[in-house]
Write a protein that binds this ligand. Structure first.
Ligand code: ADP
Ligand code: MG
Length: 233
C-alpha cells in the first residue's frame, strides 16, 4: 500500500532548522491497522501529513499504491489525495455552516457527481456511522463523538484505499474514544487500511501494529492483535 525510504524532514526555525524526521523507513500492507506513537513533538503529525500528501519530505522516497509521490504536480497530487486518502483529525474539521450530510458529501464534489447523487451517497455513509437521523443538523448541534462519526463518514465517502487519522480520539472522553475505536476497528475488519497517530497506549493497543517514533527515527515496530487480523483475512 505504501513504502517509505530514508525520509527526512526539517522545518526552518529562525536562522537554523529543526530536523524532525531523520531517516524514516516504513512499509504498510493493505489491510493493516497501524498506530504511530511517540511523545508530543516527536514528529507523528509531520509523518502523517507527508503520507497524506499534505506536506512534502525534504529527502527520501515515498511510494503510495505503486505511485512515486515526489515531483507530482499540485493538480495530480490533489487527484491522488482524493482517490486514495481519507482523513480524520482530532478537532474533526467539519464545516460549521454545512449540516451533517452536506459535510459528508463534500469529497464527492470532486468526483463530478450531481448534488442529488452526492447527498444519496452521503446518506448511505451517514447511516453506516449510525447518524441517519442527524443528517440535517449542524456540527454545533452534535456531540464530540457524533462530530467524529460525521468526519469518519466524510473520510469514507469517496471510498479511499487508506484512512489516515491524527489523534482521532484526542478530543473525546474515554467511553466515546472506545466507541470510535470500535468503529474504526470494524472498518479495518471490512478490509480498510488504517494508519493512525495517537499518544495514548490504550488506543494504540487496539491497532494491529505499533510504530514508535523517537528522536526522529523509528525505535520500535511491533505487530500485535494478529488473531483479530487473521480472523478476517
Ligand atoms: P507530534 O505530532 O508528534 O506532536 P509534530 O509532527 O506536530 O509532532 O511536530 C514535530 C516538531 O516539529 C515539533 O517540535 C513542532 O514544533 C515542529 N513543527 C511542526 N510543524 C511545524 C511547522 N509547520 N513549522 C515549524 N515547525 C514545525
Ligand atoms: Mg501531532
Amino acid at each position: 500500500m505504501l513504502k517509505i525510504n530514508k525520509l527526512h524532514k526539517s522545518y526552518p526555525i529562525g536562522d537554523s532548522s529543526l530536523h524532525v524526521l531523520k531517516g524514516i523507513d516504513l512499509s504498510v500492507e493493505e489491510g493493516e491497522m497501524v498506530a504511530i506513537m511517540g511523545s508530543s513533538g516527536s514528529g507523528k503529525s509531520t509523518l502523517l501529513n507527508i503520507i497524506g500528501m499534505l506536506d512534502e519530505a525534504d529527502e527520501g522516497e515515498y511510494i503510495l499504491d505503486g505511485v512515486p509521490i515526489k515531483n507530482l504536480t499540485e493538480k495530480k497530487a490533489a487527484i491522488y489525495r482524493n482517490k486514495f486518502l481519507g482523513f480524520i483529525f482530532q478537532s474533526f474539521n467539519l464545516i460549521n455552516y454545512k449540516n451533517a450530510v452536506e459535510n459528508v458529501a463534500l469529497p464527492l464534489y470532486y468526483q463530478g457527481l450531481k448534488r442529488k447523487e452526492r447527498i444519496e451517497k452521503a446518506m448511505f455513509h451517514l447511516k453506516k456511522v449510525g447518524l441517519a437521523n442527524w443528517a440535517t443538523h449542524l456540527p454545533n448541534e452534535l456531540s464530540g463523538g457524533q462530530k467524529q462519526r460525521v468526519a469518519i463518514a466524510r473520510a469514507l465517502a469517496a471510498n479511499p484505499k487508506l484512512l489516515l487519522a491524527d489523534e482521532p480520539t484526542g478530543a473525546l472522553d474515554t467511553k466515546t474514544s472506545y466507541e470510535i475505536m470500535d468503529f474504526i476497528q470494524s472498518l479495518n475488519d471490512e478490509g480498510k487500511t488504517i494508519l493512525m497517530v495517537t499518544h495514548e497506549e490504550d488506543i494504540a493497543n487496539m491497532c494491529k501494529r505499533i510504530v514508535r517514533l523517537k528522536d526522529g527515527v523509528i525505535m520500535e515496530d511491533v505487530f500485535i492483535n494478529q488473531e483479530r487480523a487473521s480472523a478476517h483475512v
